[in-house]
Design a protein around this ligand. Sequence first.
Ligand code: GN1
Ligand code: MG
Length: 360
Amino acid sequence: MKKIKSPIQEVLEQFFLLEEILSIKNLSKGNINDSYIVSLKDETYLLQRINTDVFPNPIQIFQNTEAIIKYIQTNFLEKIFSKIKYTKDGNLYYLSSKQEYWRMMVWIENSVSYTSPKNKSQAIEAGKALADFHNSLVNFPVHSLFETFPNFHNTKYRFEQFQNAIEHDSANRVIDVKNEINFLVKKHQLSGIIQSLIIQNLIPIRVTHNDPKMDNILLDQDTEKEICLIDLDTIMPGTILFDFGDMIRTCAVMASENETDLSKVEIDLNLFKGCVEGYASIANQFITNIEKAHLFLGALTIVYEQALRFLTDYLNGDQYYKIAYAEHNLERAKNQIKLVKSLENNQSQLEDIIHKCFNL
Ligand code: GN1
Ligand code: MG
Protein backbone atom coordinates (compact mmCIF):
# COMPACT_ATOMS: atom_id res chain seq x y z
CA MET A 1 0.00 0.00 0.00
CA LYS A 2 1.27 3.48 -0.83
CA LYS A 3 2.19 5.51 2.25
CA ILE A 4 0.37 8.86 2.44
CA LYS A 5 2.77 11.76 2.84
CA SER A 6 2.18 14.29 5.59
CA PRO A 7 1.88 17.88 4.32
CA ILE A 8 5.18 18.77 6.00
CA GLN A 9 6.91 15.76 4.44
CA GLU A 10 5.75 16.96 1.03
CA VAL A 11 7.33 20.36 1.67
CA LEU A 12 10.58 19.03 3.09
CA GLU A 13 11.21 16.85 0.06
CA GLN A 14 11.01 19.90 -2.15
CA PHE A 15 13.81 21.44 -0.10
CA PHE A 16 15.95 18.29 -0.52
CA LEU A 17 15.33 17.06 3.01
CA LEU A 18 15.25 13.37 2.31
CA GLU A 19 17.06 12.10 5.39
CA GLU A 20 15.28 10.74 8.41
CA ILE A 21 13.59 13.46 10.41
CA LEU A 22 14.20 13.18 14.12
CA SER A 23 11.62 15.71 15.24
CA ILE A 24 9.35 18.53 14.10
CA LYS A 25 8.49 21.06 16.78
CA ASN A 26 6.11 23.98 16.58
CA LEU A 27 8.02 27.17 17.38
CA SER A 28 5.40 29.11 19.26
CA LYS A 29 6.91 32.52 18.51
CA GLY A 30 5.54 35.08 16.11
CA ASN A 31 2.08 36.59 15.84
CA ILE A 32 1.53 35.95 12.13
CA ASN A 33 3.24 32.99 10.40
CA ASP A 34 3.52 29.36 11.55
CA SER A 35 7.06 28.20 12.27
CA TYR A 36 8.49 24.72 12.83
CA ILE A 37 11.90 23.52 13.91
CA VAL A 38 12.86 20.45 11.93
CA SER A 39 15.72 18.38 13.36
CA LEU A 40 17.78 15.96 11.32
CA LYS A 41 20.84 14.06 12.44
CA ASP A 42 23.36 16.72 11.47
CA GLU A 43 21.39 19.87 10.85
CA THR A 44 18.38 21.80 12.14
CA TYR A 45 16.06 23.85 9.93
CA LEU A 46 13.40 26.49 10.36
CA LEU A 47 10.35 25.81 8.24
CA GLN A 48 7.66 28.46 7.89
CA ARG A 49 4.20 28.71 6.41
CA ILE A 50 3.39 32.23 5.28
CA ASN A 51 0.11 33.69 6.45
CA THR A 52 -1.48 34.72 3.16
CA ASP A 53 -4.30 36.63 4.85
CA VAL A 54 -1.63 39.05 6.04
CA PHE A 55 0.65 38.75 2.97
CA PRO A 56 -1.72 38.17 0.04
CA ASN A 57 1.18 38.48 -2.39
CA PRO A 58 3.93 36.35 -0.82
CA ILE A 59 5.91 36.06 -4.03
CA GLN A 60 6.96 39.66 -3.52
CA ILE A 61 8.55 38.67 -0.22
CA PHE A 62 10.64 36.06 -2.01
CA GLN A 63 11.54 38.47 -4.81
CA ASN A 64 12.81 40.95 -2.24
CA THR A 65 14.74 38.20 -0.46
CA GLU A 66 16.29 37.07 -3.73
CA ALA A 67 17.34 40.61 -4.68
CA ILE A 68 19.16 40.94 -1.36
CA ILE A 69 20.76 37.49 -1.67
CA LYS A 70 22.23 38.64 -4.99
CA TYR A 71 23.46 41.82 -3.40
CA ILE A 72 25.06 40.49 -0.19
CA GLN A 73 28.11 42.62 0.42
CA THR A 74 28.67 42.29 4.14
CA ASN A 75 29.36 39.53 6.53
CA PHE A 76 26.34 40.68 8.50
CA LEU A 77 23.92 39.98 5.64
CA GLU A 78 25.72 36.79 4.72
CA LYS A 79 25.01 35.33 8.16
CA ILE A 80 21.30 35.22 7.53
CA PHE A 81 20.78 35.31 3.78
CA SER A 82 23.17 32.43 3.08
CA LYS A 83 21.06 30.18 5.31
CA ILE A 84 17.98 30.43 3.13
CA LYS A 85 17.28 27.28 1.13
CA TYR A 86 16.15 26.95 -2.46
CA THR A 87 13.76 24.20 -3.62
CA LYS A 88 14.51 21.56 -6.24
CA ASP A 89 12.92 23.94 -8.76
CA GLY A 90 15.24 26.76 -7.75
CA ASN A 91 12.64 28.78 -5.83
CA LEU A 92 12.82 30.31 -2.39
CA TYR A 93 9.37 28.92 -1.61
CA TYR A 94 7.27 25.87 -2.24
CA LEU A 95 3.60 26.24 -3.11
CA SER A 96 2.08 23.07 -1.68
CA SER A 97 -0.82 21.00 -2.98
CA LYS A 98 -2.93 22.81 -0.37
CA GLN A 99 -1.93 26.13 -1.96
CA GLU A 100 0.19 27.11 1.05
CA TYR A 101 3.47 28.99 0.71
CA TRP A 102 6.38 27.45 2.60
CA ARG A 103 9.99 28.50 2.99
CA MET A 104 12.96 27.09 4.79
CA MET A 105 16.32 28.09 6.19
CA VAL A 106 19.12 26.43 8.08
CA TRP A 107 18.86 27.13 11.81
CA ILE A 108 21.67 29.43 12.89
CA GLU A 109 23.74 27.40 15.30
CA ASN A 110 24.51 28.69 18.74
CA SER A 111 22.07 31.55 18.34
CA VAL A 112 19.54 32.79 20.85
CA SER A 113 16.82 35.43 20.85
CA TYR A 114 15.11 37.09 23.78
CA THR A 115 11.83 38.93 24.08
CA SER A 116 13.51 41.66 26.15
CA PRO A 117 17.17 42.26 26.97
CA LYS A 118 18.44 40.96 30.28
CA ASN A 119 21.09 43.68 30.67
CA LYS A 120 22.63 46.74 29.03
CA SER A 121 25.18 44.83 26.97
CA GLN A 122 22.41 42.87 25.26
CA ALA A 123 20.68 46.17 24.49
CA ILE A 124 23.92 47.50 22.98
CA GLU A 125 24.16 44.41 20.77
CA ALA A 126 20.55 44.85 19.68
CA GLY A 127 21.29 48.44 18.68
CA LYS A 128 24.40 47.42 16.78
CA ALA A 129 22.55 44.66 14.94
CA LEU A 130 19.90 47.07 13.73
CA ALA A 131 22.48 49.63 12.62
CA ASP A 132 24.52 46.93 10.89
CA PHE A 133 21.42 45.91 8.99
CA HIS A 134 20.74 49.48 7.85
CA ASN A 135 24.38 50.12 7.06
CA SER A 136 24.74 46.90 5.04
CA LEU A 137 21.92 48.03 2.74
CA VAL A 138 22.64 51.73 2.66
CA ASN A 139 23.54 51.64 -1.05
CA PHE A 140 21.00 49.03 -2.10
CA PRO A 141 18.58 50.31 -4.80
CA VAL A 142 15.74 50.74 -2.35
CA HIS A 143 13.04 51.46 -4.91
CA SER A 144 13.58 48.11 -6.58
CA LEU A 145 12.08 46.43 -3.52
CA PHE A 146 8.40 45.53 -3.42
CA GLU A 147 6.23 46.95 -0.70
CA THR A 148 5.25 43.54 0.67
CA PHE A 149 2.68 45.13 2.97
CA PRO A 150 1.51 48.51 1.68
CA ASN A 151 1.11 51.23 4.31
CA PHE A 152 2.65 48.97 6.95
CA HIS A 153 3.99 51.86 9.02
CA ASN A 154 1.74 54.54 7.65
CA THR A 155 0.46 55.54 11.07
CA LYS A 156 -2.21 57.81 9.55
CA TYR A 157 -3.61 54.85 7.68
CA ARG A 158 -3.47 52.78 10.87
CA PHE A 159 -5.46 55.50 12.62
CA GLU A 160 -8.10 55.40 9.86
CA GLN A 161 -8.39 51.65 10.26
CA PHE A 162 -8.84 52.21 13.99
CA GLN A 163 -11.63 54.71 13.31
CA ASN A 164 -13.33 52.21 10.97
CA ALA A 165 -13.14 49.55 13.64
CA ILE A 166 -14.78 51.90 16.15
CA GLU A 167 -17.49 52.83 13.67
CA HIS A 168 -18.37 49.24 12.75
CA ASP A 169 -17.92 47.87 16.26
CA SER A 170 -18.35 44.40 14.78
CA ALA A 171 -17.57 42.58 18.04
CA ASN A 172 -19.58 44.98 20.26
CA ARG A 173 -16.53 45.86 22.28
CA VAL A 174 -16.37 49.65 21.93
CA ILE A 175 -18.40 50.12 25.10
CA ASP A 176 -15.79 48.27 27.18
CA VAL A 177 -12.73 50.14 25.97
CA LYS A 178 -13.83 53.77 26.02
CA ASN A 179 -10.81 54.90 28.08
CA GLU A 180 -8.29 53.34 25.72
CA ILE A 181 -10.12 54.70 22.67
CA ASN A 182 -10.23 58.21 24.14
CA PHE A 183 -6.53 58.14 24.94
CA LEU A 184 -5.58 57.13 21.40
CA VAL A 185 -8.02 59.53 19.73
CA LYS A 186 -6.70 62.44 21.78
CA LYS A 187 -3.22 61.75 20.47
CA HIS A 188 -4.24 61.29 16.83
CA GLN A 189 -1.98 64.12 15.66
CA LEU A 190 0.99 61.94 16.42
CA SER A 191 0.00 59.72 13.50
CA GLY A 192 0.69 62.38 10.89
CA ILE A 193 3.99 64.05 11.82
CA ILE A 194 6.55 61.61 10.46
CA GLN A 195 4.23 60.76 7.58
CA SER A 196 4.24 64.40 6.50
CA LEU A 197 8.06 64.61 6.73
CA ILE A 198 8.23 61.58 4.44
CA ILE A 199 5.82 63.14 1.95
CA GLN A 200 7.93 66.31 1.92
CA ASN A 201 11.02 64.20 1.16
CA LEU A 202 12.71 65.42 4.32
CA ILE A 203 13.25 61.93 5.68
CA PRO A 204 15.19 59.60 3.36
CA ILE A 205 13.57 56.36 2.29
CA ARG A 206 15.93 53.49 3.01
CA VAL A 207 15.89 49.72 3.15
CA THR A 208 14.27 48.99 6.48
CA HIS A 209 13.34 45.86 8.39
CA ASN A 210 10.03 47.10 9.78
CA ASP A 211 9.83 44.53 12.56
CA PRO A 212 13.14 44.69 14.47
CA LYS A 213 11.72 43.68 17.82
CA MET A 214 14.09 42.02 20.27
CA ASP A 215 12.75 38.56 19.32
CA ASN A 216 14.01 39.14 15.80
CA ILE A 217 17.58 39.93 16.85
CA LEU A 218 19.85 36.91 17.15
CA LEU A 219 22.69 36.93 19.65
CA ASP A 220 25.46 34.40 20.09
CA GLN A 221 24.60 32.04 22.93
CA ASP A 222 28.12 32.09 24.39
CA THR A 223 29.45 35.58 23.70
CA GLU A 224 26.04 37.35 23.67
CA LYS A 225 27.30 39.40 20.70
CA GLU A 226 25.02 40.29 17.79
CA ILE A 227 24.70 37.78 14.96
CA CYS A 228 21.98 39.11 12.64
CA LEU A 229 18.34 40.12 12.26
CA ILE A 230 15.78 37.49 11.33
CA ASP A 231 12.20 37.70 9.96
CA LEU A 232 12.62 39.04 6.46
CA ASP A 233 8.97 39.45 5.43
CA THR A 234 8.66 43.16 5.87
CA ILE A 235 12.04 44.28 4.53
CA MET A 236 10.95 47.09 2.24
CA PRO A 237 11.36 50.80 1.64
CA GLY A 238 10.74 52.78 4.83
CA THR A 239 12.25 55.07 7.41
CA ILE A 240 14.87 54.08 9.97
CA LEU A 241 12.92 56.17 12.51
CA PHE A 242 10.35 53.40 12.81
CA ASP A 243 12.95 50.64 12.98
CA PHE A 244 14.71 52.59 15.71
CA GLY A 245 11.32 52.99 17.37
CA ASP A 246 10.49 49.30 17.25
CA MET A 247 13.88 48.52 18.73
CA ILE A 248 13.23 50.93 21.62
CA ARG A 249 9.70 49.53 22.04
CA THR A 250 11.04 46.07 22.79
CA CYS A 251 14.72 46.46 23.75
CA ALA A 252 14.50 49.35 26.20
CA VAL A 253 11.85 47.76 28.39
CA MET A 254 12.26 44.80 30.73
CA ALA A 255 8.65 43.71 30.24
CA SER A 256 7.37 42.26 26.97
CA GLU A 257 4.36 43.54 24.99
CA ASN A 258 2.39 40.65 26.54
CA GLU A 259 2.99 41.76 30.14
CA THR A 260 -0.31 42.43 31.92
CA ASP A 261 1.19 43.87 35.09
CA LEU A 262 1.43 47.42 33.81
CA SER A 263 3.59 48.57 36.72
CA LYS A 264 6.39 46.65 35.00
CA VAL A 265 5.90 48.41 31.68
CA GLU A 266 8.33 51.28 31.92
CA ILE A 267 11.17 52.55 29.77
CA ASP A 268 14.40 51.41 31.42
CA LEU A 269 16.94 54.23 31.13
CA ASN A 270 19.90 51.89 31.29
CA LEU A 271 18.58 49.66 28.50
CA PHE A 272 17.57 52.72 26.50
CA LYS A 273 21.12 54.03 26.78
CA GLY A 274 22.43 50.67 25.61
CA CYS A 275 20.16 50.59 22.55
CA VAL A 276 21.04 54.13 21.54
CA GLU A 277 24.80 53.72 22.15
CA GLY A 278 24.86 50.50 20.14
CA TYR A 279 22.80 51.93 17.29
CA ALA A 280 24.73 55.22 17.16
CA SER A 281 28.14 53.49 17.19
CA ILE A 282 27.43 52.33 13.62
CA ALA A 283 24.57 54.55 12.43
CA ASN A 284 26.62 57.70 12.89
CA GLN A 285 28.21 56.72 9.55
CA PHE A 286 25.02 57.26 7.55
CA ILE A 287 22.30 58.96 9.57
CA THR A 288 21.21 62.48 8.56
CA ASN A 289 20.64 65.35 11.00
CA ILE A 290 16.93 65.39 10.40
CA GLU A 291 16.74 61.70 11.17
CA LYS A 292 18.73 62.18 14.36
CA ALA A 293 16.39 64.95 15.42
CA HIS A 294 13.32 62.72 15.06
CA LEU A 295 14.50 59.50 16.68
CA PHE A 296 12.51 60.06 19.85
CA LEU A 297 9.42 60.83 17.81
CA GLY A 298 10.03 57.63 15.83
CA ALA A 299 9.89 55.63 19.05
CA LEU A 300 6.82 57.42 20.36
CA THR A 301 5.00 57.03 17.04
CA ILE A 302 5.72 53.33 16.65
CA VAL A 303 4.55 52.51 20.19
CA TYR A 304 1.42 54.58 19.58
CA GLU A 305 0.90 52.79 16.25
CA GLN A 306 1.28 49.41 17.89
CA ALA A 307 -1.35 50.38 20.50
CA LEU A 308 -3.67 51.39 17.64
CA ARG A 309 -3.06 48.11 15.83
CA PHE A 310 -3.70 45.90 18.86
CA LEU A 311 -6.83 47.79 19.84
CA THR A 312 -8.09 47.80 16.24
CA ASP A 313 -7.73 44.04 16.12
CA TYR A 314 -9.52 43.68 19.45
CA LEU A 315 -12.40 45.82 18.14
CA ASN A 316 -12.53 43.76 14.95
CA GLY A 317 -12.92 40.55 16.95
CA ASP A 318 -9.26 39.37 16.78
CA GLN A 319 -8.94 38.76 13.07
CA TYR A 320 -5.25 39.56 12.61
CA TYR A 321 -2.85 38.65 15.42
CA LYS A 322 -2.64 35.21 16.98
CA ILE A 323 -4.04 35.39 20.50
CA ALA A 324 -3.57 33.10 23.50
CA TYR A 325 -6.67 34.21 25.44
CA ALA A 326 -9.82 36.28 24.85
CA GLU A 327 -8.57 39.68 26.03
CA HIS A 328 -5.04 39.28 24.70
CA ASN A 329 -5.18 42.08 22.14
CA LEU A 330 -6.77 44.44 24.64
CA GLU A 331 -4.06 43.68 27.19
CA ARG A 332 -1.39 44.27 24.56
CA ALA A 333 -3.00 47.60 23.66
CA LYS A 334 -3.06 48.65 27.33
CA ASN A 335 0.57 47.64 27.64
CA GLN A 336 1.56 49.81 24.67
CA ILE A 337 -0.53 52.74 25.93
CA LYS A 338 1.38 52.51 29.20
CA LEU A 339 4.61 52.59 27.22
CA VAL A 340 3.52 55.71 25.32
CA LYS A 341 2.98 57.38 28.71
CA SER A 342 6.34 56.18 29.99
CA LEU A 343 8.12 57.57 26.92
CA GLU A 344 6.36 60.90 27.34
CA ASN A 345 7.12 61.09 31.07
CA ASN A 346 10.82 60.53 30.44
CA GLN A 347 11.09 62.52 27.24
CA SER A 348 13.74 65.05 28.26
CA GLN A 349 16.08 62.44 29.74
CA LEU A 350 15.64 60.16 26.73
CA GLU A 351 16.29 63.00 24.31
CA ASP A 352 19.44 63.93 26.24
CA ILE A 353 20.75 60.40 25.76
CA ILE A 354 19.98 60.55 22.04
CA HIS A 355 21.69 63.94 21.74
CA LYS A 356 24.84 62.74 23.48
CA CYS A 357 25.17 59.56 21.45
CA PHE A 358 24.52 61.30 18.13
CA ASN A 359 26.61 64.40 18.87
CA LEU A 360 23.66 66.74 18.48
C1 GN1 B 1 3.88 40.81 14.19
O1 GN1 B 1 4.63 37.92 13.43
P1 GN1 B 1 5.61 38.76 14.13
O2 GN1 B 1 5.58 38.43 15.57
O3 GN1 B 1 6.99 38.71 13.50
C2 GN1 B 1 3.65 41.98 13.27
C3 GN1 B 1 4.57 43.15 13.64
C4 GN1 B 1 4.34 43.52 15.09
C5 GN1 B 1 4.57 42.30 15.96
C6 GN1 B 1 4.29 42.60 17.39
C7 GN1 B 1 3.34 41.34 9.57
O4 GN1 B 1 5.17 40.31 13.98
O5 GN1 B 1 4.26 44.27 12.83
O6 GN1 B 1 5.21 44.56 15.46
O7 GN1 B 1 3.72 41.21 15.54
N1 GN1 B 1 3.90 41.59 11.88
C8 GN1 B 1 3.01 41.82 10.92
O8 GN1 B 1 4.81 41.59 18.17
O9 GN1 B 1 1.98 42.44 11.13
MG1 MG C 1 7.48 39.78 11.68
